[in-house]
Design a protein around this ligand. Sequence first.
Ligand code: COA
Length: 374
Amino acid sequence: MHRAVISGSGLYAAPDLISNEELVAAYNEYARRFNADNAERIAGGEVAALEPSSVEFIEKASGIRQRRVVEKSGVLDPQRMRPRLTRRPDEALSLQAEMAVAAAREALANAGRTAADIDLVICAASAMQRAFPAIAIEVQHALGIAQGAAFDMDVACSSATFALDLARQNILTGAARAVLIVNPEVCSVGLAWKDRDCHFIFGDVATALVVERADETRADECWEILGAKLATRYSNNIRSNQGFYSHCEDRDPDDRDQYFMQEGRKVFKEVCPMAAEHIAAHLADLGLQPAGVRRFWLHQANIAMNQLIGKRLLGREATADDAPIILDEFANTASAGSIVAFHQHRADLQRGDHGVLCSFGAGYSIGSLVLRKL
Ligand code: COA
């Protein structure tokens, strides 16, 4: 058996920034027009009037202040309310692969590795741009990785942590020597920007990680993966029904269930205790205590969720040093969120320090990895 380490990470932030103020102004103009256009039906009780969104609500309920997206003009156009993307020729690199490649280049440089060293590429994300060919194979090709295999996997917000466990197992058994994981999360294309309950939630980024054998790493700083714990428990509270079946069911592309849907309050109440218990049990399996963990890189969906999970684990308020928050700047970036936190908030830890990476989300799914800095 080999030991597996994370030896490099990379981040690509989507180019356009939308502040809460811009987002709310666009939504409120959309709602004003909708209400004016449907005045008679609203008066007749046929449809409900749209209530305005508010910057104060968004910041208080979620902690999100802004988000980065692949294209903002379409999102902020009250006539459109979704990104404006140009169809690319089949020969061109897909948008998702392009973002993944940018993050991957940083992760490879960070790990002191090149395309020649990678023998497995996993693209793990909450939605893929198309069914096939796999985005991971495009990334493998674009980076010039001539050997090994590549494939896509999707476990919603837990895609990245589930992929990390898969990479770890490939390293432990010797099936792979160096694995590249990419998480291109383009959440803005699946978000219902016309729904004020969730229009503020998501942003777009790509992250990347290199996982390799501890005895072969060339990185100055690396993180041994001491253990991984994955769990799923069925819930319908976070869902999207978009897919090939929709057009056979003669669905209208504007049907609400073709986009991200959630019962946010139920998710909050059900997932927080599950995540805290999951992490505590995982640490106990390894003979560790939450108080002995130097840092928690948690999934980034809602600041209050992370504070609650932190408090349940530590028995006190978790500080930004215990469990850093990046969702104020990036919003919820699905499975990439905890990886962004890890990428940006790990350099100050000392050799021997322990950290926990943990995601939670649709499924429900929870994935945690206990790391030690070498
Ligand atoms: N602006 C103003 N008011 C809004 C609003 C907005 N943008 N969105 C909702 N409201 C209103 C609601 O209509 C509701 O009004 P009511 O009390 O009159 O019915 C009120 O604010 C509270 O709404 P609610 O949805 O209960 O808010 P919340 O406190 O639960 O916060 C979330 C909403 C989504 C931020 C929160 O539930 C959450 O983050 N949940 C977890 C989500 C999660 O982790 N999802 C995983 C995705 S991968």
